[in-house]
Design a protein around this ligand. Sequence first.
Ligand code: CA
Length: 728
Amino acid sequence: MNPTTLIKHGAVVLLAFLLNVACSPSGDNQPSTSVEPSSDGPRGAIDDARINNAASEPGNWLAHGLDYREQRFSPLSQINRETVTQLGLAYELDVGSNDALEATPIMVDNTLFFTSTFSIVHAVDAATGVELWRYDPEVPRDFLRKACCGPINRGVSVYEGNVYVATLDGRLVAINAGSGERVWEVDTVIDRDRFYTITGAPKTAKGKVFIGNGGAEFGVRGYVTAYDAVTGEQIWRFYTVPGDPSLPFEHPEMELAATTWKGGSWWEVGGGGTVWNSIVYDPEFDQVYLGVGNGAPWTRIIRSPGGGDNLFLSSIVAVDADTGKMNWYYQTTPGDNWDYTAVQDMTLADMTVDGEERKVLLQAPKNGFFYLLDREDGELLRAHPYVKTTWATHVDMETGRPVENPETDFSEEAKWVLPGPLGGHDWQAMSFDESKGVMYLPAQDFPFIYSIDEEFKKTGYFKRNPGTTNLGIDIANSSILAEQMADSAPTAKGYLKAFDPISGEEIWSVDHVHYWNSGVMASAGGLVFQGDGLGFFSAYNTDTGEKLWTYNTYISMLAPPISYEIDGTQYVAILAGTGAVENFVGETNETAAQKYGNFGKLLVFKLGGDAVLKEPRIRDRTIPEQPPLVASAEQLLRGEQQYNVVCGGCHGANARAAGIIPDLRMMGDGKHAIFKEIVLDGVLAAGGMASFADVVTPEDAENIRQYIISRANIDRAEAQELGAAAGG
Ligand code: CA
């Protein structure tokens, strides 16, 4: 669609919207199960003024982080430390997905708007759970292959009568909030030969929609685009890393960035710097903060062998909302070497720092340090570790730079490092109590073995593989290295922490069994809510961390809870369902996903709620008898390496899946018989398993299958031994 068509189309849409304002939403546009919205007026009538004055309507949850400040602190207090024991299920809604649900629902005027997997948008009556409409952007299911972390989506923005969703395959779509019908759609992807994906929620302000993308693991160049909210017309685009140096700079900031990349040919792999999660509009300075991701490839010795900071990787960049021109930047991890994205949620606040009133930005990026910046100019005010960090000893407050730890330098030999690529904190939302100056955040120690790509070590040359990940890390031998270095492995663990960003003090910390848990929401009721990997949704005392209420949902959770109020009743809602990097890590602990599978649901709670949760199904995890193992030791090693490079990202490290994507040890004879047709011919593409014929040879397909058989035989024997011991 060209811009002129877009404008014309936009005008029609605007007219349709205005007409919609005049009449109540008509039954014509509704599915048969629909009900009228329980409030007057059109759905989704949110504008800048309303979000700025969000405090005057505490019953709604108007934007991704509640309002423009993104503190995610609910002002509601009907559910509090005294009443929380009466909290029960109001309703559940099966959303028909079996991968991670990561969205923050928007709740406005009694309607919930949220996404499930494959970027499907749902509008639901917030009091009853009745679905009003559903919009499926029809993302091709085999696009999964191009996504690092499953078919996930972190939600919509609702603005001026439209619902905006960005799709896994890189489209930005405006949907009429009343009817659920598409208004306009644009393709945000600059190069369709690259594996660009979008999982983040679009942000809206000042008549614009802001959206970035992901894909750095496969090798792309990051950028953020602003579109006209009414027409979809492009307004500005900000690249986060420089492109091919033989071509002109797209904007002046690229000239500055290019001086910090030295040697190598990063643009061939892509450079990275994707803005896949946090974009925050700040009305006080009329600027947009972009949280920029890691380098592509991860390792700087390959990406920029001459050194340099590699701007704007792992940075927070403030750009003018109208022009996209940069006002300032702060780089959390100069010369990123570890997948240390700074895409994690950013919170805006006013705080007294060293006796001075400051307008601050708070972020806990993957690298393990909690940053406090002045929003006006990006001045670094604090940088305290919030988890164990072994890659750097501290941040030098004079230079604003981390001081790297030579003991964990992995340029010569493989090293365990904390945090790993999951970060000390990832995208799971944190929640800030501004009155107390306390951040509640989900955190984890998740160690990783960093080791330079074996081929590069041998040849000094890194060849981009267009069909798979390009990390520059020795993924092929990762499971072998992990076995060899098991004795020195730090323990993986998850936490809920109450953290003081000024003093760096950990006020309290709750240990979780699993490393990967949900986002959090604190409230004026003195509670902080979080779901965990074992399937328990709990409320903790904000002062002490004491668990005051817990509910077994039988579903592992990642998404953040929200709270809202309708007709004097407070509700707490969370989307339940795990996946994403959990798939890559594979089988671990006794998560709900392992025990019961992973059927995504919207769960909504209220005081006195007495709805009865549907019984979970217990998964049969018995590994079946395997076909003959005929491969040589050499073929098995090759199969293991190829499995880890091509298959492990979804089906789990060591061929042990997380309970979400199929566990290949469970394949029956039928699947074994057509293994090559599945891997090479794409016979299961409609279910999300694309053909990998461009990266897997027929011999390797057989080597991979043989490796799976050998792994299954070992694990089956072990399980039988355990079973016999337990039985006898
Ligand atoms: Ca990454």
